[in-house]
Design a protein around this ligand. Structure first.
Ligand SMILES: *Cc1c(COP(=O)(O)O)cnc(C)c1O
Length: 230
């Protein structure tokens, strides 16, 4: 895709965020945009970066690392987020290459990341992925176990617990979608009430970012609406 087009799409998504915030009386500056570049080549990320976008999300570790390396000249100005399911055998490379991980769903993965995060780098920012649908075969820590996991992760060295991420099933309408996101927001509030210094509620994608913003999202993860369909 040509560069001006990605710049236009980024502007359109930013405008959607502003409109969604205005509708519910929120400050648009309180919602960060994570551009999800999975399946798109490094050149598309470079074009988005040239248009001012700094934070990028990748699902697949190998693909993400290849892009991070291809864009090494931009590394200092970019923030790379690992947003896909994370297996134990991939934690070392993630700890060394990424700035954030959104998909912590068990303590063992967090412990490995803490152990493997290089001392020379700042702490790795992490979010717990919480399962708000209750589906047994979905990834994410069950909502009623999230606080205990959050306390344990917050106590680990080399990591900074930032908050929660959730990917609820698509719902039939705005209100139903918002209701699912609100379940994640309630868990987030429970973490804050417990004294955990979290600042990130990672909710919402291309199709449902308005409902996520209405539920309190502070970071929307948007792929298709920026880069096109996969
Ligand atoms: C692919 C993906 C996104 C972006 O989805 P779009 O519908 O393309 O905006 C966001 N979050 C996660 C975890 C993803 O895997």
């Amino acid at each position: 895709m040509i560069m001006t087009m990605i710049g236009d799409k980024l502007q359109q998504v930013q405008a959607r965020i502003v409109t969604a915030c205005t509708a519910v009386g929120r400050d648009p500056a309180s919602v960060h945009l994570l551009a999800v570049s999975k399946t798109f080549e490094a050149g598309a990320v470079r074009a988005a970066a040239a248009a001012g976008q700094a934070a990028f999300g990748e699902n697949y570790v190998q693909e993400g690392v290849a892009k991070i390396e291809a864009l090494a000249d931009l590394r200092a100005g970019l923030e790379w987020h690992c947003i896909g399911p994370l297996q134990s055998n991939k934690t070392r490379v993630v700890a060394a290459q990424f700035d954030w991980v959104h998909s912590i769903d068990r303590l063992k993965i967090a412990e490995r990341l803490a152990e493997q995060r290089p001392e020379a780098l700042p702490p790795l920012s992490v979010c717990l992925q919480v399962n708000v649908d209750g589906g047994a075969n979905k990834s994410g820590v069950p909502a009623d176990e999230a606080l205990a996991l959050a306390r344990a992760v917050a106590a680990l060295p080399r990591l900074r617990l930032r908050g929660l991420m959730a990917i609820p099933e698509p719902a039939p309408d705005f209100e139903a979608q918002r209701e699912l996101f609100l379940r994640a927001a309630a868990v987030y509030e429970a973490l804050r009430a417990d004294g955990l210094e979290v600042d990130t509620l990672s909710l919402g994608m291309s199709a449902d970012l308005e409902a996520a913003v209405a539920a309190g999202s502070t970071m929307v993860r948007v792929g298709t609406a920026i880069f096109g369909s996969r």
